[in-house]
Design a protein around this ligand. Sequence first.
Ligand code: HEC
Ligand code: HEC
Ligand code: HEC
Ligand code: HEC
Ligand code: HEC
Length: 496
Amino acid sequence: MKLKYLHFVRGVSINQIGKLGMVLTTSSFITFIFLEVLRMMKVITNSYVGLITYLLLPSLFVVGLILIPIGWYKYRVSTGKSTKELLATRFDQNDLQKSRLGASLVRTVLLFTIINILFLSIASMRTLSFMDEAEFCGTACHSVMSPEWATYQVSPHSRVACVQCHVGEGAGALINSKLNGAWQMISASLNLYERPIPTPVHQLRPSRETCEKCHWPNKFYGSKLKSFVTYQNDEKSTPLYSTLVLKIDDGEEVGKAGIHWHINDKNTVKYASVDDKREEIIWVEVDQPDGSVKRFQNKKLNDLEIKSEETRIMDCVDCHNRATHIYEDPEKAVDKRIRKGLIDRSLPFIKRESLGALLSSFTDSETASNIITNRLNSFYRKNYPDLLGVKGEAIDKATEVLKTVYKTNIHVGMNIDWNTYPNYLNHDKDSGCFRCHNNNMVDVENKPINSDCTLCHSILAYDSKEPFQYIKPVSSADKDSAMHVYLQEEFLKSFN
Ligand code: HEC
Ligand code: HEC
Ligand code: HEC
Ligand code: HEC
Ligand code: HEC
């Protein structure tokens, strides 16, 4: 550094306060640059270090800058000297002399001010973008967000940043989310947050600003074939198949029913529920093309149960409430692992035992891991001792897979057990579609909302031994029939 600038630094640090200010500003500046370079080189990715770099250091920098003039002011008051006199004692004649560009001191101050402003703008931009990283949102306040982070990482949206669903667009949304974030930081450090974190998220932006940026409604057309397998509790864990053709159309074409009809731009479906859980629906209204409104009323709810109403215009998260934080149903979780071959189906009673192991306790994941291991091993040791040698590896692998399932879904510290966060895309009990599509939800003519089994999907197989009903050819000489058989065989193969 030029001698001139060292002079300046020394001149400005007039007393203890001024010196402290100078040390804070300079050291936080240097440390910030150092850590930022390491982060750019990907040597550091830890979000705690990020918190220090982007929140603590810029704050210390500003505090330092403020301390310097405070130091001057205090010194002036205590010595009773004027600023001019002080300047004369702290700087030499050269600095104060007028030249073509003004006093050299003025130029130095200007230079440092520009550097400060530049630094602060770059630092605040970096701070904002750091706070938008999924890694920061998911790991900075560790135990609080660990369930959301765990489920997010294995979800179809693992590459979509948290802010793309949780913040939405516009300056208002940004400020709102930062204020909210600041409160979250405080409540996380003071341990004030609720366990589990309550849903719905009231600050969640309308889907139009979030989900629909990537999935716009008129993109939904046609149908989607989906196959389901569930394994029974017998020795062979025999599979049962259900095959659906889900009608995911937005119902744009007249007369064609479709699941995404509810969120077609042309339709508005409004509803009121007993509380903000949105599970017990009081009424549903559909705007009609002629401007009138068609209303379906829940005839089973009596007025006493309705204390207050929460009204909402239906959007994506009324069905896809678990778009990314997907907590599995324990049985479906086991079925899925067996189907993928991660759990070996040739192990006797593996479905029953796996499910039993997962459901046997609600403890921290380490204790649960031991319980799962012990349970599976002792079952096979006791009932199938010969198997331990031949299938030992398969048993170990199943144990590992079940431990991971447990760890992703169960979070004791946050009171998250199986089914804490139900998924609305189903028809278990009265949640999901059947909240509205049931016989109690009737219009003025007492006609209920349609809930025929084929309204939402065609059913090609329902808990059957084959994933698809096999149609025998009429005659082997018939070319069309032969083609039909070939296609069916190809179709069947795709299930294995
Ligand atoms: C694809 C969109 C999407 C992404 C990406 C996303 N979320 Fe969510 N999040 C949601 C929805 C939808 C809900 C449930 C909203 C509701 O029902 O009110 C939710 C709920 C939550 C909740 C409340 C608890 C719960 O499970 O209901 C927390 C906390 C949360 N998200 C944190 C995060 C964090 C942290 C990230 C990034 C690691 C993230 N989210 C990424 C859509 C998303
Ligand atoms: C930044 C873009 C983006 C945003 C915002 C977004 N998604 Fe997605 N979504 C994706 C991508 C990418 C996929 C994965 C597509 C694939 O696997 O083929 C996906 C997949 C899905 C799927 C299919 C999942 C599956 O199992 O196949 C659903 C349902 C979905 N998103 C709903 C939502 C909902 C609801 C929201 C708002 C809460 C949302 N998405 C917000 C990009 C986004
Ligand atoms: C908040 C209430 C509500 C929920 C929840 C709901 N629906 Fe609907 N749905 C309606 C109403 C109201 C209609 C229109 C009924 C009418 O006008 O006859 C409708 C109509 C439909 C239609 C026919 C659309 C057309 O083109 O005519 C399908 C298909 C459908 N819903 C599927 C579903 C599925 C699948 C789910 C669950 C994932 C679901 N609905 C959840 C209220 C709801
Ligand atoms: C009435 C309930 C309902 C609403 C509202 C709804 N969806 Fe869906 N959505 C479904 C169902 C049911 C499926 C089929 C389930 C499956 O694929 O497993 C589906 C499938 C999807 C898929 C996968 C499609 C594919 O081709 O695989 C995406 C993506 C999706 N929805 C996004 C959205 C978005 C975005 C919105 C809001 C604009 C939305 N959905 C609103 C019920 C709904
Ligand atoms: C209002 C829409 C709707 C109606 C009516 C409806 N379903 Fe479904 N069904 C769904 C949705 C949504 C799913 C879940 C799809 C998914 O998981 O992707 C589903 C899934 C299923 C499954 C496979 C899921 C599993 O867990 O095994 C079967 C089987 C099924 N339905 C049968 C029926 C039968 C039988 C009826 C008539 C009593 C019926 N459905 C009525 C919307 C509906």
